[in-house]
Design a protein around this ligand. Structure first.
Ligand code: AMP
Length: 279
């Protein structure tokens, strides 16, 4: 496992990827958990060379968000990655990614403006920009991303297609704690009491799944029931929607694979979760 700090070094490697080898890439913001590691394992399964990036991208955080306190521990991350076949860890600093003469930004219209994009203006501009840069620097064939960030996968899939990039996203399932909480680097912020409250996200999803399995198809009563359980368990709803999985637009009548997707504040910590509805 080789640690790569600069864009120049990473480009020197990626411009000479061995012919015929499949390059898998797992972009992360570090403070790794089993969710991230499941992506690395999948990259190992599908690819010959695996690259992981660790970079807390400042441009995807709003001015009042948690950039400064976002958890970071590179030694712990490298230790966790050492159990996998990771060929390169790209670990640039801000000067590498956004030098003082930096000018360019990527906007993915439509898909970026709903859900998390509506609550976090500019978030997906930062995400799309950094991922376009990373794809150009790492030159992967496949990029492994978690469905935990369902909208992110939709936005970036559109970007890769629109810009005719030779890279495909492999969406991977959400990894959860035993009690249902979706793993997230931000879970470390939760106090013991908040850790209990945080179960409201997966419980709200399960409730909608149950109603759907019982034959409910109108989204409005499902959303009402989910919202109620969230407030009863102490969460503060940011948004909850049942959407078409491709357009991310609200739907009135759910069908199989419609996506329930939500963001909830637990204390100061904003958590997200989602799931496909299945009969
Ligand atoms: P992050 O470090 O939060 O930017 O996440 C890096 C990648 O890991 C993204 O593709 C996320 O969707 C993915 N990821 C984060 N949490 C999970 C999880 N619980 N299960 C599966 N993938 C995840």
């Amino acid at each position: 496992m080789q640690l790569v700090h600069t864009v120049a070094e990473m480009l020197a490697l990626s411009r000479n990827w061995p012919l015929g080898q499949k390059i898998g890439f797992v972009p992360t913001m570090g403070y790794l958990h089993q969710g991230h590691l499941s992506l690395v394992a999948e990259a190992n399964r599908q690819c010959d060379i695996t690259v992981v990036s660790i970079y807390v991208n400042p441009s995807q955080f709003g001015p009042n968000e948690d950039l400064s306190r976002y958890p970071r521990d590179i030694d712990r991350d490298l230790q966790l990655l050492s159990s996998y076949k990771v060929d390169y860890v790209f670990f640039p600093d801000n000067a590498q990614m956004y030098p003082p003469d930096y000018h360019s930004w990527v906007s993915v219209d439509g898909l970026s403006n709903v859900l998390c994009g509506a609550s976090r203006p500019g978030h997906f501009k930062g995400v799309a920009t950094i991922v376009l840069k990373l794809v150009n620097i790492v030159k992967p064939n496949l990029m492994f991303m978690g469905e935990k960030d369902f909208q992110q996968v939709a936005v970036l899939t559109a970007m890769l297609k629109d810009f005719n990039l030779d890279c495909r996203i492999v969406p991977c399932p959400i990894v959860r704690e035993a009690d249902g909480l979706a793993m997230s680097s931000r879970n470390v912020f939760l106090t013991a009491e908040e850790r209990g409250q945080a179960l409201c996200l997966s419980r709200a999803i399960s409730l909608c799944q149950m109603l759907y399995a019982q034959g409910e198809r109108n989204t409005s009563p499902m959303i009402d029931a989910a919202s109620l359980i969230i407030s009863q368990m102490g969460g503060k709803l940011d948004y909850i929607h049942i959407v078409d999985p491709a357009s991310l637009q609200d739907i009135d009548i759910a069908e199989d694979n419609s996506r329930i997707i939500l963001a909830v504040f637990i204390g100061k910590t904003r958590l997200i979760d989602n799931s496909a509805l299945k009969a």
